[in-house]
Structures are given as structure tokens and as C-alpha cells.
Design a protein around this ligand. Structure first.
Ligand code: BES
Ligand code: ZN
Length: 615
């Protein structure tokens, strides 16, 4: 075993572990701050521990104490991406391993904290109340609370949060108190051990609507009706996850639809998945994101990566389960189709970083203190998925692999694991349950190549293209029409039978061709009515094709799209394409600077880098 438990944490993980955190917070919307204290229940792992080192990032620290006695502490100079180590010296070294004690840290957040975004009333749907929400994955929990911010350390938590507006957290609500000043105090408990990146909070004008036996959708009252309809399939996804794996652990599975600046599609905060409002497509075409976040209830939230180098264990496994759920509900062709979309996303990520880039390795090296956000891409998702898909084929298909998935969860539930732990277990499992012959099949796979080499996976998956063929054919007809004056072969009926996903795949295919001439884009828009489509995934691909062709007529719509929602999947590439398009560079930079405060701090940092602006 190597000495470093987590290259992305500055805390002394080798000496102590945190077992439970209690947060006592007051939300001050007017000051854009969360203030109060945390109580950390810590246990020593080795003899003679003399200090506790916690991760912090831009926190305003007030005091550290142990049993009412103030401790000496220092805050180290900031590491560029990892934040500032807070070292608290214990009154005397603790002699024995296994000794428990409780640290109290009084502090408040500041306006530099990247894990929490505060929204002005104008940035919400209702425009009357402020709003705040957190996003702690990967290493932003340290900017909300001092903690050992590593997924190798799993803990339970409780919280008492005082706020003038309703509060939700990634936990179960146990009770609410009314205070004299018209605020309320909300008490929460998360009784299953979780890594710090799954601590989450949101507060604002929230309304809830029941959508299933263990599910409520939360959002601003204006969109609650639409959200309840769109996420109607939630219980079916959970039940399918349970039939594939183990009973759902977390009691409730609620959804929170965030304001438009939420930077991700979804975030698997336990008991309460956070999702972007761009999923409200009006046709349930984006609910695969919900299936994905539900799959994290096992892969990631129960079986957790031990640090961000093994992030693929969270996301690759989750994509694999998400697509198993899709196959159970909609058939194998659907799984193959979404795998094709995933492969395209993987190709784009590899092209963007470059095929020799260390960022394209399944298990990247983060030891130099790289910010995990800088390596975020489809690679851990899709290379990870493809590795599992390949193994499934090699060892004998679903009848062998599906029972193994369950055994994987049972073996590692409530633990944090590395790629090596996973590898050892799958080898052992196949030998014990399917004998030497299956073990030999497994051993034909060059795991080292899959796990440690850059670029595309070493094996071509050959997905079944039955749902994609019509999309490919149509795309190639448009591609070839660039040399002819006669566009009469095209008509609205070309796509009349296409699902939303098929429209996406048709457009994706065109992004692989030379930019289309403007008269073709004009014709396509006229016939297929692309520009008015509000489904965000379709709009994204359509606008991408247009911007890549420097079709300037589309620019106003692109600007509207990238300033009305802040989901990085759409916003980052569109900024990049615009920046590289004719008459686009200045427009991209000016637009970003004008709307910078709209974006979540994480998105804002990354977009600025993408379009060559120094923050
Ligand atoms: N856990 C991720 C989001 C994430 C990853 C946030 C790393 C911060 C750091 C979430 O489960 C996710 O993968 N979301 C995807 C959706 C999905 C369907 C691939 C997204 O946001 O696009
Ligand atoms: Zn995920």
C-alpha cells in the first residue's frame, strides 16, 4: 500500500478519522454567509497523535476548542487548488489508538467559498426570495465546513440549521422549531456513513410535491407541477435498482430542482438528488439523469471511491447501472443506443485533452495537487463503463455479471475502495463462483492497459446500431448534400418519427463532419424547426453545429442559452466553440464578463480558463 491515502486532501488521514459531524448553522442571506460551528467526533488511528489537520478553503475561522478548552491552531498558506490546512494542536498527545474526542470549530463562510452559491431574488424563478445551494463534489466541502475532505473518510452527520426560508439537506428531516424572530430551525440526520462530498444543503422558497411512496420533488412553487410530471418514473428507477442490486438504503429519495445556474446535470446527494432545471424538457426525455443519480445510491454513495484518482469507480459503475436500468425498463436496444452516445462523448473528451494527455487515463495521477475539477470529463464515465461492459462480455454475459454486481455492492457497502481493491475482488469472485475457466477468461483482459494508458479504450465495443442507423443515414445525406443545389430530397417527415435521443444522435453525427454550408443550415432549420426546440440537449447540439460553421444568425440564441442556464455540459463547450468561431472570440469573452455573477463559482472558474480569461 502506498503511503498517501488521498492526494487531494491536506488532512492527517493517516492519524485520525472523523466519525460524525454535527453542524450548527445560521443562514444569513443578507450577508451571503453560513455561520456557526461544527462539532467533529474524531478517533485516533495510531498512538501518540498530537494534532488534527483539517481541510479548509476561504473559511473565516474564529475558534477551535476541545471540551471547552481553546486550542492553539494555525492556518497554512493556501495551496492553489487544495485550500488551507488548519492544524489544531492537542493539549497533549493522545497515547492510544482508538481514542475518541470532540473538536469544536467556530467559523463562518466568506464570499470566496466555492462550494456555496447565493442567488439574488432575480436569479430565481419566483424573483421574490434569495436562494442558496451547495455543490461539494469533488473538493468543495472544505469551503463550507472545516473537515477531513476526503472520500476515504466516511461519517454520519446531523445538523441544526436556522433560516428564514425552508431548508433541505442530504439527510432526513427529524424536526423543525419555530423561533421568535420568524426564522425556523431545521434538524437533520444522516445515519448512513457518507464521504464529506455528499454533505449538501439548499435553502429558498421551496415547495414539495409527492411523486412516489418514498419521493418528494422540491423546487420553487412555480415549477412544482411540471417537475412532478417530468419525474414521474422515479419510483420505477429505484425499484429497478433494487432488483439489480440490494434494497435501497437511504429511506427517502427526494429530488431538488435547482435554479438554472446549477452547474451539473445532477448531483447524487443522498436522500436528495440535486438536478438542473434543464431536465424539465416537457417530454421526459432527460430523465436518464435521474436514473443515473439513483444508480449512485449504490455506486458512489454506498461503495465509494477512496480518492479522486479512482473516481471512475463512482461514475463508470454508475453509468453501467444506469444503462442496466434503462435496459430493464426499455429494452437492450436502448442500452446500446445510450452507450453509443456515451462513446461519442468519450471521443470528444479524448480529442479535447489530446490522446496522449494524462487526463485521459482511467486512473489519473493526481499526486501533484491537480484540482479534480480540471480533470472532470466523460473519460471516467465512459471508459469506466466500457471496461465493465467488456468484462461482462468476456466472462459470459449478464447471467454471470449481474449476480457479480450485487456481490460487489454487498462486499464493499459502507466502504471506500481503490481500483486495486475492486480488481482483487472481481478476480476472487470469478474464481470462487465460476471456477478457473472464467478466471482465465478474465485474465485475458489487459487491465493495466485499460487502467493506466491514455486515449481511447483498447477494445472497440461494437454497439448495436439499430436505433442509430436512421440517424446516421440522415446525417450522411445532409453531409453529402453540401455539394448539390437540390435540397428537395429533404422534408419534415425525415425526422417525424425520431425520438428526442435520435434527434440528438443525428445532430451529433453532423458535428463529426466538416462544418455545413449556411444554406444547408438554413434549410434544415426551416424543415425540421430546430431553433424553436427547447429540449436542452437538442438545442445544445443544434447550436454547436451552427457555431462550428460560424453561422452568425444563431449567435443571439446561443448567447441567450448560455446566459439563462449554467449547466457546464452545455455552457462550457458552447463558450469554447463561440470563442473559436468567426466574430465569436470577443463576443464570448464580453458575454462571460457581463454574466459572470450568474454562473456558479465552479463553472465561472472553468469557463474563464476555457476562453483564455485570467480570473
Ligand atoms: N456526481 C456527478 C456530478 C459531479 C461529478 C459533480 C464530479 C462534481 C464532480 C453526477 O452524478 C453526474 O455524473 N452528473 C452528470 C449526469 C449524468 C447523466 C452523466 C452531469 O451532471 O452531467
Ligand atoms: Zn454521476
Amino acid at each position: 500500500m502506498s503511503g498517501v491515502i488521498d492526494p487531494s486532501s491536506l488532512s492527517n488521514l493517516n492519524e485520525v478519522a472523523t466519525k460524525h459531524i454535527h453542524m450548527n448553522w445560521t443562514i444569513a442571506f443578507d450577508q451571503k454567509k453560513i455561520g456557526g460551528h461544527v462539532l467533529l467526533d474524531i478517533v485516533t488511528l495510531v498512538p501518540n497523535v498530537s494534532k488534527v489537520i483539517l481541510d479548509t478553503s476561504y473559511l473565516d475561522l474564529k475558534n477551535v476548542s476541545l471540551n471547552g478548552q481553546d486550542l492553539e491552531y494555525t492556518v497554512a498558506e493556501r495551496h492553489l487548488s487544495l485550500g488551507s490546512a488548519l492544524t489544531a494542536t492537542l493539549p497533549e498527545p493522545i497515547a492510544n489508538a482508538g481514542t475518541a474526542f470532540q473538536l469544536k470549530v467556530e467559523y463562518s463562510t466568506t464570499d470566496k467559498c466555492t462550494g456555496v452559491q447565493y442567488l439574488e431574488p432575480e436569479q430565481t424563478v419566483g424573483k421574490k426570495h434569495p436562494y442558496l445551494f451547495s455543490q461539494c463534489q469533488a473538493i468543495h466541502a472544505r469551503s463550507m465546513l472545516p473537515c477531513m475532505d476526503s472520500p476515504s473518510n466516511k461519517l454520519t452527520y446531523s445538523a441544526s440549521v436556522t433560516s428564514p426560508l425552508p431548508v433541505v439537506m442530504s439527510a432526513l428531516l427529524s424536526s423543525t422549531d419555530e423561533n421568535a424572530d420568524s426564522t425556523k430551525t431545521y434538524h437533520f440526520k444522516q445515519a448512513t456513513t457518507i464521504p464529506s462530498y455528499l454533505i449538501a444543503i439548499a435553502a429558498g422558497n421551496l415547495a414539495g410535491r409527492e411523486i412516489g411512496p418514498r419521493s418528494t420533488v422540491w423546487c420553487e412553487p412555480e415549477v412544482v407541477e411540471q417537475a412532478a410530471w417530468e419525474f414521474d418514473d422515479t419510483e420505477r428507477f429505484i425499484a429497478t435498482g433494487e432488483s439489480l442490486l440490494t434494497p435501497y438504503e437511504w429511506g427517502r429519495y427526494d429530488l431538488l430542482v435547482l435554479p438554472p445556474s446549477f452547474p451539473y446535470g445532477g448531483m447524487e446527494n443522498p436522500c436528495l438528488t440535486f438536478v438542473t432545471p434543464t431536465l424539465l424538457a416537457g417530454d421526459k426525455s432527460a430523465v436518464d439523469v435521474v436514473a443515473h443519480e439513483i444508480a449512485h445510491s449504490w455506486m458512489g454513495n454506498l461503495v465509494t471511491t477512496s480518492n479522486w484518482e479512482h473516481f471512475w469507480l463512482n461514475e463508470g459503475w454508475t453509468v453501467f447501472i444506469e444503462r442496466k436500468i434503462a435496459a430493464r425498463l426499455h429494452g437492450e436496444a436502448e442500452r446500446q443506443f445510450s452507450s453509443i452516445i456515451g462513446w461519442k462523448a468519450l471521443k470528444e473528451s479524448v480529442e479535447l485533452f489530446g490522446q496522449d494527455s494524462p487526463a485521459t487515463v482511467l486512473k489519473p495521477d493526481l499526486s501533484s495537487g491537480i484540482d479534480p475539477d480540471d480533470y472532470f470529463s466523460s473519460i471516467p464515465y465512459e471508459k469506466g463503463f466500457n471496461l465493465l461492459y467488456h468484462i461482462e462480455k468476456v466472462v459470459g454475459g449478464p447471467s454471470v455479471f449481474e449476480p457479480y454486481m450485487k456481490a460487489h455492492v454487498e462486499r464493499f457497502a459502507n466502504k471506500s475502495i481503490t481500483t486495486e481493491d475492486w480488481l482483487a475482488h472481481i478476480h476472487e469472485y470469478m474464481e470462487v463462483n465460476h471456477g478457473k475457466e472464467t478466471l482465465e477468461k478474465l485474465k485475458t483482459i489487459d487491465f493495466d492497459l485499460w487502467i493506466n494508458s491514455p486515449g481511447m479504450p483498447p477494445v472497440d465495443p461494437n454497439f448495436d446500431t439499430s436505433l442509430a442507423d436512421a440517424c446516421y443515414n440522415l446525417a450522411s445525406r445532409w453531409d453529402q448534400a453540401r455539394n448539390s443545389d437540390d435540397l428537395s430530397q429533404f422534408s419534415p417527415s425525415d425526422i417525424a418519427e425520431f425520438s428526442s435521443t435520435q434527434k440528438i444522435v443525428f445532430l451529433e453525427r453532423l458535428t463529426d463532419c466538416e462544418p455545413l454550408p449556411h444554406n444547408l443550415l438554413e434549410k434544415m432549420d426551416e424543415l425540421y424547426k430546430m431553433s424553436p426546440i427547447r429540449n436542452a440537449d437538442i438545442r445544445f447540439r443544434w447550436e454547436q453545429i451552427c457555431v462550428m460553421a460560424s453561422y452568425e444568425k444563431i449567435y443571439p440564441s446561443v448567447i441567450e442559452f448560455i446566459t439563462q442556464q449554467g449547466r457546464m455540459k452545455f455552457v462550457r463547450p458552447l463558450y469554447r466553440y463561440l470563442y473559436n468561431a468567426k466574430n465569436g472570440a470577443q463576443l464570448a469573452q464580453d458575454t462571460f464578463l457581463k454574466h459572470k455573477n450568474f454562473y456558479h463559482p465552479i463553472a465561472s472558474q472553468l469557463i474563464a480558463k476555457d476562453i483564455n480569461l485570467k480570473q
